[in-house]
Write a protein that binds this ligand. Structure first.
Ligand code: SF4
Ligand code: SF4
Length: 502
C-alpha cells in the first residue's frame, strides 16, 4: 500500500504535478473476443494515488455541481486518498445507491470530470468515475456495509420496472421500512442495466450483486410480468393492491425511419440486437429472436451510445465488417467519445454524413444492400445542431447483410394510455410534478426515462430519488391518516429521516 502519510502532506502544487494514474485495460485484439469490461479497474494503491490528485477545491466544488445527483466527490476522494474506502463509499451513498453503475456508465467527461479544476490546468482531470466504481467494488468484495432498514411501516409499494430508476427507488423505499415489490417484464431484474448496456461497459455480476443487496433488504422482484399487457396485472390492479405505485418503465419504444425496405428480414431494432448478442439464452424470453452475425457485413444506423454499443457487440459476435452510418459529422454525435475511440481500436468503420434512402432485398428476400445518400451540414435546427441536408446525385450502394437501427427511443404510449387519469406530454413522457415526481393521478409516481425521455442512468436515478422521498412522505401521511381513522397499519416508530441510504 502506498505511503498514505506522505500523500496526505503534499500541497496543491505538488498534487497538480502527479500524472493521472492509468487504469489497466484489455488490449483491443483480446477484448473483441469477449464481453468483459474494457477497463480492468484500479487496485487500492493506484486509487489512492489518483484520489490524491484532487485539489479539495472549496465549495461550491465544480465536480459536485457537475454531477446530476451532486455526489460529495471531494469528501469521497479525500477518504480514498487516506485509504479509507468504506468511508469513501459512504460519502457516495449519501446521494446514490448506484456507484458501481454510474462510475462505469456516466459520461463523466461531460459531467463531474468535465468540470474538474485539475482539467482546467491542462492536466487530465481526476478520474472520478473510475474511483467511484473502485470503491463500490472494493466495499462489495470486502463484505459490504451494513444496511439497516427502518422499522417496518406496513405500507406497501409497487414499482413497475427494474431499471436504474426502479432499483434506486426500491432501495430508498426499502430502507425507509416499506414493503417493496418490483415488477419486471424480462426474465431477470435489472432492466436496461442487464438488457440494454453491453457487458463490455458493465459486467452483469455487478448488477446481480445489486439485486442481491436489494433482496437482502426485503425487496421482491416479480419477473416475466408485463404490467398492462393482456392477461397480466394492470396498473389499476396495483393501485388497488398497494399503498403507492411507481412507474419506472423506461423509454423502450424504438424510433423508426420511414425508409423503404426498413422492415426487411435481417434488419434489427437495436434493443433486440443488443439483448440477443450480449446475454446467454437462459436470460432471454423463449420467444427472443437470435441474429446470426458471424461473417456478415453489418451496418448500424444511428450516432448515439446505443449505435456504438451495437457496432461493438457485432464485432464481438464475429461480423466480417462493421460500419456505423450517421447523418451528421462526428462533432454532432451525441454518444460518448471514449466509446467511439474504443470502437475504432476494435476495427469499427464510420461513414459520417450518410443516410440510408432504400434498404434493398437480395434474391432470398433478406436485406442485401443499402442505397445511401451523402449529406452536408446546413443551418442549425431546433436542437441547435446543424441540420443534415442531402447532396443531390451523391447516392451510392453499401453492402449490408445485417442492419441494426439505433435511432433512439420513445416512452411507451400503449402502456400509459391504459392508465386512467395519467397525463402525458408531447412525445409520450409521463407528466409529473417536478418537485415530487407524482403523476396526475394521486398515489402514482413516475421516474426515469419514462418521464425524461431516453437519458442517462444518473438522471434516471436523480428523478427516482425525488419521487421515492416524496412517496415516503405520502406513505407516512397515509399511516397517520389510517391511525386517526383507527384502521390497519402497525404503529410506526420512524427514525430520523437523515442518512437513509447509509
Ligand atoms: Fe460522476 Fe456520474 Fe458519479 Fe456523478 S454519478 S460523480 S456524474 S460518475
Ligand atoms: Fe477535486 Fe476536481 Fe472536484 Fe476540485 S473539481 S474537488 S480537483 S475532483
Amino acid at each position: 500500500m502506498t505511503n498514505l502519510t506522505g500523500m496526505r502532506s503534499i500541497d496543491r502544487k505538488e498534487r497538480l504535478l502527479i500524472p493521472r494514474e492509468p487504469v489497466p485495460q484489455q488490449d483491443p485484439k483480446e477484448r473483441i473476443e469477449n464481453f468483459f469490461e474494457v477497463y480492468e479497474g484500479y487496485d487500492a494503491e493506484a486509487a489512492v494515488i489518483e484520489a490524491t490528485r484532487c485539489l479539495q477545491c472549496p465549495e461550491p466544488q465544480p465536480c459536485t455541481l457537475g454531477c446530476p445527483v451532486h455526489n460529495d466527490i471531494p469528501r469521497a476522494l479525500w477518504h480514498i486518498a487516506q485509504g479509507d474506502f468504506f468511508e469513501a463509499y459512504r460519502a457516495f451513498r449519501q446521494t446514490t445507491t448506484l456507484s458501481e453503475i454510474c462510475g462505469r456508465v456516466c459520461p463523466q467527461e461531460k459531467l463531474c470530470q468535465g468540470v474538474c479544476v485539475v482539467g482546467a490546468h491542462d492536466e487530465d482531470p481526476v478520474f472520478i468515475g473510475k474511483l467511484e466504481a473502485f470503491v463500490a467494488d472494493y466495499v462489495r468484495e470486502n463484505g459490504g456495509i451494513n444496511l439497516v432498514p427502518d422499522h417496518p411501516t406496513g405500507r406497501t409499494v409497487a414499482i413497475v420496472g427494474s431499471g436504474p430508476a426502479g432499483l434506486h427507488a426500491a432501495e430508498i423505499l426499502a430502507l425507509h421500512g416499506h414493503e417493496v415489490d418490483v415488477y419486471e417484464a424480462w426474465p431477470k431484474p435489472g432492466g436496461l442495466l442487464i438488457y440494454g448496456i453491453p457487458g463490455f461497459k458493465l459486467e452483469k455480476d455487478k448488477v446481480d450483486a445489486l439485486i442481491d443487496r436489494l433482496e437482502a433488504l426485503g425487496v421482491r422482484f416479480i419477473c416475466n410480468t408485463c404490467i398492462n399487457d393482456d392477461g397480466q396485472p394492470s396498473v389499476s390492479d396495483l393501485y388497488e393492491d398497494y399503498d403507492a405505485v411507481m412507474l419506472a418503465i423506461g423509454s423502450g419504444t424504438p424510433s423508426t425511419m420511414g425508409t423503404e425496405g426498413e422492415d426487411l428480414p435481417g434488419i434489427w431494432q437495436s434493443i433486440d440486437f443488443l439483448v440477443a448478442t450480449n446475454l446467454p439464452l437462459s436470460d432471454l424470453p423463449e420467444s427472443a429472436p437470435i441474429p446470426f452475425v458471424e461473417g456478415k457485413n453489418v451496418v448500424v444506423v444511428g450516432g448515439g451510445d446505443t449505435g456504438t454499443d451495437c457496432v461493438r457487440s457485432a464485432k464481438r459476435a464475429h461480423a466480417a465488417t462493421v460500419t456505423l452510418s450517421y447523418r451528421r459529422t462526428e462533432a454532432e454525435m451525441p454518444g460518448r467519445a471514449e466509446d467511439r475511440k474504443f470502437a475504432r481500436e476494435e476495427g469499427i468503420l464510420y461513414e459520417f454524413l450518410t443516410q440510408p434512402i432504400h434498404f434493398v432485398a437480395g434474391a432470398d428476400g433478406r436485406i442485401s444492400e443499402i442505397k445511401m445518400r451523402r449529406m452536408k451540414l446546413g443551418e442549425p435546427d431546433a436542437s441547435g445542431r446543424r441540420r443534415p441536408v442531402p447532396i443531390e446525385g451523391s447516392e451510392f450502394i453499401m453492402d449490408a447483410d445485417l442492419v441494426v437501427l439505433a435511432l433512439g427511443f420513445w416512452p411507451d404510449d400503449k402502456f400509459t394510455k391504459k392508465v386512467e387519469g395519467l397525463d402525458t406530454q408531447k412525445w409520450g413522457e409521463i407528466k409529473v410534478d417536478p418537485m415530487t415526481g407524482m403523476t396526475s393521478k394521486v398515489g402514482i409516481w413516475a421516474a426515469g426515462d419514462a418521464v425524461n425521455g431516453a437519458d442517462l442512468v444518473v438522471t434516471a436515478m436523480s428523478s427516482a430519488r425525488r419521487a421515492a422521498e416524496s412517496m415516503d412522505m405520502y406513505l407516512d401521511a397515509l399511516t397517520e391518516e389510517y391511525k386517526q381513522m383507527g384502521i390497519g397499519g402497525p404503529v410506526v416508530q420512524r427514525r430520523s429521516n437523515s442518512q437513509k441510504l447509509m
